[in-house]
Write a protein that binds this ligand. Structure first.
Ligand SMILES: [Zn+2]
Length: 365
């Protein structure tokens, strides 16, 4: 094979989701000072992490150890960072004491696939691995593996961390799994914004596995989130349009017709109430009531009432929205997020954990 200058090249981009890696030929024997020296044969193939390679400048001092994943990818890392993050010497893999620093960094085998190990190491380095686009199941696997490596999950997945942001970006597609994950490790800050994506989820479809994973407390919170939203909708729907002063053609008794029609229509809506009901659904159910009205004042009253209802329903959100707004800006998710209704960050331990609803107008009945 050609003996060309391999020294500064990196091999084996970690690619998702196939978990197949490009394996390139080993550099020639002249590649001194590298763990690749172990591979003597020309047809041996190795891969090196594109983030954690020997000359990576993550810190001032160079990496002092090498981790080798089950699928033969080398990760050059700093032992002090790993030991600091882990309370079991990284699954007991790192020896005590660490060997004297020789010419070559020691290699330790890790019983983990490279995609999972990659996520774990990025978390330890507090770096984002988003550019690898790890699939959601890999992220879950990495998080679930963290305790084995002696990592404190709650400390590792805090609001400010890249892994937190990356996990949360999967909330629209995997709300239930993410909620269950956050619940399992009691990461309330992650469960709360995720819960707003679960308003459309039929609770009857919760499986035993998922319920077991999220545990009783977070299951209860999810139920009360749904109940609370449904109750809020019923409250918003309740009052019929405001009656107008009697006119020669439309007195109070004849206005009762509109009230009755309103009551029927809203009862129908409330019967099928879903926590994620859209304002459009409300409008299209209630606006047609005007077709049966001959009095313009009644029509106006109905119009105003529907408008007001839509406004009220769209502003139903937690008392404290600062975090959700912050989250929306950060992920550019503002236009895709469901109504701002989720576990309340202010009262995570209250029974309902739901939003407070403020009605600006009072209706006579
Ligand atoms: Zn009227």
């Amino acid at each position: 094979m050609d003996h060309i200058g391999w020294d500064n090249m990196m091999f084996g981009d970690i690619e998702y989701p196939s978990t197949q890696y490009d394996h390139l030929p080993t550099p020639p024997h002249s590649h001194d000072g590298s763990p690749l020296n172990d591979a003597e044969e020309d047809d041996t193939i190795v891969s090196i992490s594109t983030t954690f390679f020997a000359n990576a400048q993550h810190r001032q001092q160079p990496p002092d150890i090498v981790l080798l994943s089950t699928d033969s990818v080398y990760f050059h890392v700093h032992s002090d960072l790993l030991l600091n993050a882990s309370d079991n010497r990284f699954r007991g893999i790192l020896p005590m004491p660490m060997p004297e620093q020789g010419e070559e960094p020691p290699v330790f085998e890790v019983p983990e696939s490279s995609p999972v190990l990659n996520v774990i190491l990025h978390a330890i380095y507090d770096m984002s691995c988003a550019h690898y686009s790890p699939p959601f199941e890999i992220l879950v696997k990495a998080v679930d593996s963290m305790p084995m490596y002696g990592l404190n999950i709650k400390a590792t997945i805090q609001q400010s961390t890249p892994l937190f942001t990356l996990l949360l970006s999967h909330a629209p597609l995997f709300p239930l799994q993410l909620y269950a994950l956050a619940a399992h490790y009691d990461i309330f800050d992650l469960a709360a914004p995720t819960s707003s994506h679960l308003l459309a989820f039929p609770l009857s479809r919760l499986t035993d596995d998922v319920v077991e994973r999220m545990g009783a407390v977070y299951l209860k919170r999810l139920f009360f989130l749904h109940f609370g939203r449904a109750e809020a909708l019923k409250r918003v729907l309740g009052p019929p349009p405001h009656p107008h002063p009697p006119t020669p053609t439309c007195d109070f008794p004849s206005q009762k017709g509109l009230s009755r029609a309103w009551a029927l229509a809203t009862a129908y809506l409330a019967w099928d109430v879903r926590p994620d009901m859209s304002t459009h659904t409300l409008e299209s159910a209630l606006r047609p009531l005007a077709e049966h009205l001959s009095c313009d004042l009644c029509k106006n009253a109905l119009n105003d009432r529907v408008k007001n209802l839509v406004v009220q329903w769209s502003i139903v959100k937690p008392a404290n929205t600062s975090y959700s707004e912050q989250y929306d800006t950060r992920t550019s998710d503002r236009h895709h997020s469901p109504p701002h209704f989720r576990l309340s960050p202010k009262h995570p331990h209250t029974l309902t954990g739901v939003a407070t609803l403020s009605l600006s107008n009072r209706y006579p009945y």
